[in-house]
Design a protein around this ligand. Structure first.
Ligand SMILES: *Cc1c(COP(=O)(O)O)cnc(C)c1O
Length: 352
């Protein structure tokens, strides 16, 4: 007997990247930050534990205020979620009765949420160079959802072009998923205060060392944010637990650490891109904390397997037209040097 609702029988859940035991693998497969959280986070979380018998503040007042300040928007413009995945889930639940348009190659969760919340989709192929062509998104009736930089290509759509799209479609909600924006590309956060049909979604998982803490956010007009709160208070008012609220506040309190870690990742990304090009790889102009690469001499799946056999985990997507690519998270400089060393050996072996 299968008790699942008839209309969810075909639901295919998201496949997260492998999370092996720490120590065995160099983990370059889920775009986490290679550096630990800011030192203040440890103390803040430890202190918050004393109050765990109580429910956390459902309005996340202190954290919301700190994030609003960081993003230079009013407090009423900020909504917090249990990871940006939860924020996106609320969007699919509450904003998409007219359907959702997104690129054929993008964050895999969009397809999963569409199925779960029975949202009709318009899936739009990328251009041959893997870029998103905004002309394809003109004149649709669906909500537009774009990851910028896009995943897993890392490619960016210019801020001006996106603003134009928002401006030309005042009746339609445009949601920009800026999970990787701190690593490159122009953020639309400040534009949210000018356009009531623009919602920007962000996360502490990639650039702020808090993937395990689960903290994401949305920035939009106070109207959109109120609606998100209505949804949240109808599902789980305590979606951000006390330890994560404390962690988030501590993360935002240490701007110096954040900037330093960001700079290191960006330097290592550029070093990695150069080293890969020297090895003959095609390297997309990724502005994220990852590179997206392919090589004429060796298939994407083989690259993934050969690296795994050498204890390096990367992400391979068995999906046309990107099946010859692998996505590689930018780790520490030391990790990336080992990655390049092992890749060099793999390429030498396949030449013999
Ligand atoms: C990682 C990622 C997310 C989800 O991040 P969480 O905040 O950890 O849920 C959302 N969108 C994109 C494009 C991502 O890469």
């Amino acid at each position: 007997m299968n008790f699942l609702n008839q209309n969810l029988q075909q639901l295919t859940p998201y496949t997260p990247g492998e999370q092996p035991k720490i120590g065995t693998f160099i983990k370059l497969n889920t775009n986490e930050n290679p550096y630990p959280p800011a030192p203040g986070v440890v103390t803040a979380v430890a202190e918050s534990v004393a109050n765990l018998a109580l429910y956390a503040d459902p309005t996340c007042q202190k954290l919301t205020k700190a994030l609003a300040k960081e993003l230079s928007v009013p407090t009423e413009a900020v909504f917090l979620g249990n990871g940006s995945d939860e924020v996106l889930a609320f969007c699919f639940q509450g904003f998409m009765e007219k359907g959702c348009a997104f690129p054929a190659i993008t964050y895999g969760f969009y397809q999963v949420f569409s199925q779960l919340y029975q949202v009709t989709t318009k899936v739009i192929p990328l251009s041959v160079d893997l870029t998103v062509n905004l002309r394809d998104y003109q004149g649709l009736t669906e909500v537009i959802l774009l990851a910028n930089p896009n995943a897993p290509t890392g490619l960016v759509v210019g801020k001006e072009a996106l603003v134009e799209l928002v401006e030309e479609n005042p009746q339609r909600l445009v949601i920009i998923d800026e999970a990787y924006i701190d690593f490159g590309g122009g953020s639309l956060v400040s534009e949210t205060q000018h356009y009531p049909n623009l919602l920007v979604v962000g996360t502490f998982s990639k650039s702020r060392q808090l993937a395990g803490g689960r903290l994401g956010y949305a920035v939009g007009s106070s109207n959109l944010i109120q609606t998100l709160n209505t949804l949240k208070f109808s599902v789980n008012p305590y979606n951000i637990n006390a330890m994560t609220q404390a962690a988030g506040i501590a993360v935002l309190a240490d701007e110096t650490y954040y900037q330093l870690a960001l700079k290191k990742v960006l330097q290592t990304r550029e070093w990695t891109k150069q080293a890969l090009k020297k090895l003959g790889f095609h390297v997309t102009d990724s502005q994220g904390n990852f590179v997206f690469i392919s090589h004429q001499k060796i298939a994407g799946e083989v690259l993934y397997q050969e690296l795994k056999a050498r204890n390096i985990l990367v992400r391979w997507f068995n999906q046309a037209p990107i099946e010859e690519y692998i996505r590689v998270t930018i780790g520490t400089q030391e990790q990336m040097e080992i990655f390049i060393e092992e890749l060099t050996k793999i390429l030498e072996e396949c030449r013999q």
